[in-house]
Design a protein around this ligand. Structure first.
Ligand code: CAA
Length: 382
């Protein structure tokens, strides 16, 4: 029996900011943002979306009625939760009409929460082969107007249906982990914007990648040539490239990995950081855009959550990609976004929805924004 990702859906908000415009407003050379950091555009979130609505909008695109009945676990990885007590997963389960016999809960370890969900789903399906698990990874990345991290903001959600005999990626059940108490990025309860030591965080990320990649290779007797491509957690796309460069050389296979990296960063460079969903948007970008991957090819995945937890694991491509279908949904979504000026973005940033508790009510708007928040009353979002 193989276990892995059977379906994958993506959602990001309707608005974006061009990094050339942001560079001009902040007095920076545009090439610093475009080349030095590797970001072209970033998603900007309106007050009508939060992690619950984004995740529901990502999942509704991929789930059939049969899936909704078969799902017996909903795992929501996020570090932008809407309540300190009630999980975002319960809201999504209810919005989508997923069976009430499912277990639903939220996981947090910075950007690692989505991977924790994927691995937990794998273990659950290993024991209960008929199960389907919905893994959600959604976040809003905020650092603050005029901060160094501003160019690396973004938002979005990934929804993955995990099952036996998956259609997209079969996991190898081979992983290496590293965790350590590190203050590179954090967000205390009272803050909406994260605190980050970006250069330190980059160094730690590269260090964790090397440790987990080397541990993985030693544990499973693999080398770089066993991987047709690598997908990285991409807070900004240059970060993954820096990590990849530490393990490649000038040989032909290394050049292939660099080419595949270009495919894997395409969507992330247009959306920005979506924390827990970032690695899986990169995987989606790779699968949708690579012209070189074939069934049976092995992909290495590096997950990193500040604070910090790293994991390197792997999976193999199942089919000839369903490339067109996977790419179509994302390309269309990105093409339909509205570009904001810097003052419009700054105004929307200030109006963003605070993370408050209470029961939430949602409404459906259009085909893309199937779920939106319509307001807040007495500590409840309506
Ligand atoms: N043309 C081309 N390149 C240029 C350039 C130009 N005109 N000007 C500068 N550059 C290059 C620089 O050489 C540098 O490249 P290298 O890193 O390869 O040397 C790059 O642009 C950036 O320049 P700086 O380092 O001077 O930029 P900065 O001081 O403004 O900081 C940053 C950049 C560190 C990425 C900052 O934006 C930041 O802190 N971002 C947030 C980082 C982050 O997300 N960290 C968390 C990671 S994990 C995560 O996602 C969190 C989680 O787990 C929840």
């Amino acid at each position: 029996m193989t276990i892995g990702i059977d379906k994958i859906g993506f959602f990001t908000s309707d608005y974006y900011l061009d990094m050339v415009d942001l560079a001009a407003a902040r007095g920076e050379d545009p090439n610093k943002y475009l080349i030095g950091i590797g970001q072209e555009q970033q998603a900007v979130i309106p007050p009508t979306q939060d992690v619950v609505t984004m995740a529901a909008n990502a999942a509704v695109k991929i789930l059939s009625d049969d899936d909704k009945q078969a799902i017996d676990m909903v795992i929501f990885g996020t570090e932008t939760g809407v309540d300190n007590s009630k999980s975002a997963a319960i809201y999504v389960q209810s919005l989508l009409g997923i069976s009430n016999t499912a277990r639903s809960f939220e996981i947090k370890q910075a950007c690692y929460g989505g991977t924790a969900g994927v691995q937990m789903a794998f273990d659950h399906i290993s024991v209960h082969p008929e199960s389907k698990v919905l893994v959600l990874a959604a976040d809003i990345a905020r650092y603050g107007i005029g901060t160094a991290g501003e160019v690396t903001q973004g938002d979005g959600a990934i929804a993955m249906l995990m099952s036996q005999d998956p259609q997209i990626l079969a996991l190898d059940n081979q992983s290496a982990f590293h965790s350590e108490n590190i203050m590179d990025f954090w967000r205390p309860f009272y803050r909406r914007d994260a605190i980050v030591d970006g250069h330190y965080s980059t160094d730690i990320y590269i260090d964790f990648f090397n440790q987990t990649f080397n541990d993985y290779c030693a544990k499973y007797q693999r080398t770089l040539t066993d991987f047709s491509a690598m997908a990285f957690h991409l807070p900004f796309t240059k970060m993954g490239l820096k990590a990849l460069r530490t393990v490649i050389d000038t040989d032909e296979h290394s050049q292939q990995l660099l080419k595949e990296f270009d495919y894997s960063k395409k969507y992330n460079s247009l959306v920005g950081n979506l924390y827990t969903g970032s690695l899986y948007l990169s995987l989606l970008s790779l699968l949708a855009n690579s012209t070189m991957l074939h069934a049976g090819d092995r992909i290495g995945l590096f997950s990193y959550g500040s604070g910090a937890q790293g994991e390197f694991y792997s999976g193999t491509v199942v089919k000839a990609m369903q490339r067109q279908r996977l790419g179509h949904q994302v390309d269309q979504l990105l093409a339909n976004r509205t570009k904001l000026s810097v003052p419009e973005y700054e105004a929307m940033y200030a109006n963003g929805l605070p993370n408050v508790g209470g029961d939430v009510t949602f409404d459906s708007a259009d085909d893309h924004n199937r779920f939106i928040l319509v307001g807040r009353k007495d500590d409840q979002l309506i």
